[in-house]
Design a protein around this ligand. Structure first.
Ligand code: 13P
Length: 341
């Protein structure tokens, strides 16, 4: 393992002004997104959609540091035969790959899951590296509800995350470690804080036990935020303040970067929260976005599966990427959104 090189990649992934495009929706998830815009989820349509994103010059050259791909996409070619991975490399962004294989029900723990995909992971990582992937992603899912999460769910998911991270580093691939605490419930911000604190502490404990080099990874956490169905929604300032307090308490300064998931926040909320956190600096790690929905909802709608809408889709993507790029430096203002609209 070359740790200097892993650290160089991890640092580039969270460079100020840039962040990560999470375009690694599984076949099931992309179908849901396409259903919402009335597009059939065929291999061709998935390719055309992602090709549109990766050919968005302004977004890709200036605001996107890396792209997380799904297995199907990393092997796909653009319409003119250029591998999609090459399009990403040509823009100066780093190709990455989702390597977990989703969740399965956790025995004896009703309503909870464990993320799977460790079997044969070493062999798969080798092939992805040859294809150009320099980082990977593994998402663990922790739900908040009555009586959950259990310590069992937190523990097995942290263990799997660390196993994955160690295998990645041995394959010269930077692991994005993503323990996502869902924001779907009616819990308040304090409960999210308390659960996320337990999850992050257990995750870093496992990373240490399994000898993962913190200098060669990126953390992808949720923010400390109110559940979507909670009657009392915390303000932007409170989310920013509590999230930074939480991360400072749990994330060692040796970690080069933290890149948030958006988790169901609206586009503008996700941007405003990241921006507000940068007002609380200086911070010990790079802090940026690794958004899926909050970067893609607008371009998906603008495109709606029609070739004549490709430019509109690219403009919508470039706008969101620019807004989040500014937020990653604390330079975003809501007036910039209105001007564009
Ligand atoms: P969202 O930003 O839509 O939560 O997706 C990010 C991601 O990669 C989840 O694993």
């Amino acid at each position: 393992m070359n740790l200097t090189e892993l650290n160089r990649i991890a640092t580039a992934m969270v460079a100020p002004g840039k962040g990560i495009l999470a375009a690694d929706e599984s076949s099931g998830t992309i179908k849901k997104r396409f259903d919402a815009i009335g597009v059939e989820s065929t291999e061709g349509n998935r390719r055309d959609y992602r090709e549109m994103l990766f050919r968005s010059k302004e977004a890709m050259n200036r605001y996107i540091s890396g792209v997380i791909l799904y297995d199907e996409t990393i092997w796909q070619d653009a319409k003119d035969g250029t591998p999609l991975v090459k399009l990403i490399e040509q823009s100066g962004a780093i190709p990455g790959i989702k390597v977990d294989e989703g969740t399965q029900g956790l025995p004896m723990c009703p309503g909870e899951t464990v993320t799977v995909g460790l079997d044969k992971l070493a062999e798969r990582l080798k092939k992805y590296y040859e294809r150009g992937a320099r980082f990977a992603k593994w998402r663990a899912v922790i739900d908040i509800g009555s009586g959950i999460p259990s310590m069992t769910a937190i523990s097995v998911n942290a263990h799997a995350l660390a196993r994955y991270a160690a295998l990645c580093q041995a394959a010269q691939i930077v692991p994005i470690v993503e323990p996502e605490v869902l924001m779907d419930g009616d819990h308040d911000l304090d409960r999210c804080y308390e659960v996320t604190e337990r999850v992050l502490n257990k995750t870093f404990q496992e990373l240490r036990v399994q000898r993962v080099a913190l200098e060669g990874m990126v953390l992808k956490p949720n923010m400390a935020i109110s559940g979507k169905k909670c009657a009392k929604q915390a303000s932007v300032e409170e989310v920013a303040e509590k999230t930074i307090r939480l991360l400072k308490a749990c994330v060692p300064a040796a970690v080069p970067g933290v890149a948030f998931l958006s988790g169901g926040q609206s586009d503008e909320e996700a941007t405003a929260h990241l921006n507000a956190m940068h007002k609380l600096g200086p911070l010990p790690w790079g802090l940026t976005f690794s958004y899926g929905r909050a970067l893609q909802a607008a371009p998906q709608k603008a495109w709606s599966g029609k070739a004549e809408n490709v430019v509109a889709g690219q403009n919508a993507f470039s706008h969101r990427a620019r807004m989040n790029g500014l937020a990653s430096k604390g330079e975003w203002q809501s007036s910039l959104e209105k001007k564009a609209a």
